[in-house]
Write a protein that binds this ligand. Structure first.
Ligand SMILES: [Cu+2]
Length: 155
């Protein structure tokens, strides 16, 4: 390899890593809550930041078979005095320059039909599916049970 080829290789590499760092959608702090071993459902939280020029919509989420039957997008709403979860089928729009947090009491990714609960230290492999066909792989670490927020997750 000549010096010129090497230079191009180095430049090519730095251009592609720059492009990665400037990806339109940035997923931060994905985590799941641990459950008791026989639990049928669990929740995953994360933040999606849209650094792009147009609104992007999260339309669906899938989870690996080893963890659960399916993943659903849920939101939590007040109905009278009651907090209730609702499955979101219309997608979650993230406006350009904005971020949306999936957090207790709000949007969350619900894992349905857990194989053997979620234990602290496990990781949950998810795929976020955007309305434009883009997919984003996410690994959510399992954190200890949070007794405060568990009452939102009775199915
Ligand atoms: Cu839920």
């Amino acid at each position: 390899m000549s010096f010129r080829q090497l230079l191009f290789a180095v430049l090519g590499f730095s251009v592609s890593s720059l492009a990665y760092a400037q990806a339109d959608l940035v997923i931060s702090d994905p985590f799941a809550r641990a459950t008791f071993p026989m639990a049928q459902s669990g929740a995953v939280y994360l933040t999606i930041e849209n650094n792009g020029e147009t609104t992007r919509t999260l339309s669906a989420v899938s989870v690996v078979d080893e963890i659960a039957d399916e993943a659903q997008i849920h939101t939590t709403e007040m109905r009278g005095e009651m907090m209730q979860m609702r499955q979101v089928t219309e997608g979650v729009p993230i406006a350009a320059g904005q971020s949306v947090s999936f957090e207790p009491g709000s949007y969350h990714i619900m894992l349905m039909g857990l194989r053997h609960g979620l234990s602290e230290g496990d990781s949950v492999a998810l795929t976020l599916k955007m309305a434009n066909g883009e997919t984003i792989a996410v690994n959510a670490a399992v954190k200890p049970i949070d007794k405060e927020s568990n009452h939102h997750h009775h199915h």
